[in-house]
Design a protein around this ligand. Sequence first.
Ligand code: NAI
Ligand code: MG
Length: 353
Amino acid sequence: MKTYKIATIPGDGIGKEVVPEAMRVLDTLAELDGNLKFEWEILPWGCDYYLENGEMMPENGLEILKNFDQIFLGSVGMPELVPDHISLWGLLIKIRRGLKQTINIRPAKLLKGLDSPLKNPGEFDIMVVRENSEGEYSDSGGRIHSDADEIAIQNAIFTRKGTERAMRYACDLSNQRSKKVTSATKSNGLSHSMPFWDDVFHDVVADYPSLDQNSVHIDAMAAYMIMKPSEFDVIVASNLFGDILTDIGGAIMGSIGIAPAANLNVSNEFPSMFEPVHGSAPDIAGLGVANPLGQIWTGKLMLDYLGYARLGDHLLEAIEYSLVQGIKTRDLKGQATTKEVTHTIIQYLKTKL
Ligand code: NAI
Ligand code: MG
């Protein structure tokens, strides 16, 4: 029996509602399987913590997190009381960067029982591999002067190490999937960073001769994600491009409340962090109607990463079962509560495993 110590940060808003539900589902799976066990330690960090202590997490927060196998996070943000740049940079980005979670993976897959807003979506199953530590999201730059003379400079930083790491991860992943990888570029418009990106891609794919590979400009790719998403398998993208593509991914699946994500420390030097794409949804927080599927699917990504892909597959099957049964929350035009969705999933797992 293997025990995993999971640092659990429910965070704010609906994070506090969906995280306990996903924990119940993962505990059920672990118990039914009998070979693993989760030991959850709840860390009450986030905006409430900030309002009391003036910081989003304790000063030695990163050191505390290093003692765990993985991190399971809900969502942070209380925009009425704490400015978003404080909540984001004080917790999420601090953890992603401090624990070298350099790769962000986000699937977009049309699950059974889901209605895509696209008229003819076809079947799609995309995995976006997003560079998570540099690129356009750097704090290099500044603002000087004022009024009509004001200047803002925002530098994008692309290193060979960081770029290559994301691309190798994407190629390795394609090898285990349908052997197709697409690089999101924009080397016609960005005359330094993206030709560099293309060069690195060219060098990396040379090591993977069996892969079907191509590069597509990000603007065209945004359109293709809507016109013909089924043509993509693994997509590798820079920090900004990946961020935008994965919101499109969430949208064509039917709701942002479903989309999962993982921030990976690929060398396993520090824990990785698993969190859904959605935020704290203050508009529906406390009502018990948040969609728990994004958080639960995020649990599948954690199981896959820990080496329990078979359990992860069962979990996705259970999610699809709940959708096909029509047990859907409001964001999917259903009437079910958060707990009813979880209940359906747990019952399914108990009869199947
Ligand atoms: P949001 O994702 O919280 O909400 C956008 C819309 O989607 C809202 O109408 C919300 O009700 C709905 N929604 C989101 N998740 C849902 C779910 N599971 N079930 C049903 N409906 C769901 O994004 P928004 O409103 O831009 O941000 C709210 C707060 O969350 C802000 O403070 C923001 O900074 C923070 N945020 C945090 C993230 C994180 O922790 N990773 C990511 C995105 C936003
Ligand atoms: Mg985003």
